[in-house]
Design a protein. Structure first.
Length: 52
């Protein structure tokens, strides 16, 4: 077993999961707040997720 990069992959997945949870909390309902890949990428790149 070659484990090089396993920690990096774990952290990337963990950050993405946290970001998905944060975006989901911005909406009401259970599925309405589920982010798309585009929304997740924008959020992780520093875009403001709140539409004013």
């Amino acid at each position: 077993m070659h484990t090089a990069g396993a920690g990096d992959a774990f952290v990337a997945g963990h950050l993405a999961a946290n970001a998905c949870g944060a975006l989901a909390c911005l909406n009401t309902g259970d599925r309405e707040g589920t982010p798309t890949r585009r929304h997740l990428s924008a959020f992780l790149d520093g875009a403001d997720p709140v539409v004013r």
